[in-house]
Design a protein around this ligand. Structure first.
Ligand code: AMP
Length: 214
């Protein structure tokens, strides 16, 4: 099993880049944020628990996300390639991922792309982000606008702002990133799988840098 990871602050562009790479390669994007939003949409017990954490900009408990992603990977086969977007987000999640890959597939994380961007870029990207609640397409009011204002190009639904993209929650998400996730840069640097990407450019430029190394 090939497992690569996109690491970076909220708004670094992980999801958008992962979707583009999925289109162009055999890598399958696995986004814990998207999976959790699906659970919320289905109003499952896990969705209800996750929504409380997500609305506050906090992380969902480690065991919940580790079980969710392990179950998803267990559906695949040993020669699948996964691009993880938004997971792991804590050192405990990283350690558990290493254990699952080693035990179940005899493999390890092959590359971790750290998408580095300034805080001002992150805030600009998140505040302009709009998403389609039906098909999951992601837009930006200035950089990736919909063809018709407010309407998803793919499925015609009205696009919305994610509730956790409102300013107060964003500031908490950035705090949580610095407190709990940023340390993973060193975790993976020590394992010699870290690739640093200047993610301040366009989606295409960011994807190209990653595709060159994938
Ligand atoms: P994202 O779509 O990646 O920005 O994730 C949105 C929210 O989902 C985060 O702010 C967390 O509340 C939750 N979440 C997503 N991935 C994880 C994870 N690996 N660990 C804990 N919480 C997560």
């Amino acid at each position: 099993m090939n497992t690569a990871i996109l690491l970076g602050a909220p708004g670094a562009g992980k999801g958008t880049v992962a979707a583009l790479i999925e289109e162009q390669t055999s890598y399958v994007q696995l986004s814990t944020g998207d999976m959790l939003r699906e659970c919320i949409a289905q109003q499952s017990p896990l969705g209800k628990q996750a929504k409380e954490c997500m609305d506050r900009g906090e992380l969902v408990p480690d065991d919940v996300v580790v079980d969710m992603i392990s179950a998803r990977m267990a559906n695949g086969s040993a020669d699948d390639s996964y691009l993880l977007d938004g997971f792991p987000r804590t050192e405990q999640q990283a350690v558990k991922l290493d254990a699952v890959l080693a035990k179940t597939y005899g493999s390890a994380v092959c590359a971790v792309f750290f998408m580095d961007v300034s805080e001002s870029t992150v805030v600009e990207r998140i505040s302009g982000r709009r998403v389609c609640p039906k098909c999951g397409a992601v837009y930006h009011i200035a950089f990736v606008p919909t063809a018709v204002e407010g309407i998803c190009d793919h499925c015609g639904s009205s696009v919305i702002q994610r509730t956790d993209d409102h300013e107060e929650t964003v500031l908490n998400r950035l705090r949580v990133y610095h407190d709990q996730t940023a340390a993973l840069v060193n975790y993976y640097r020590n394992k010699q799988v870290l690739v640093e990407i200047d993610a301040s450019g366009t989606v295409a430029e960011n994807a190209r840098q990653i595709l060159e190394k994938l």
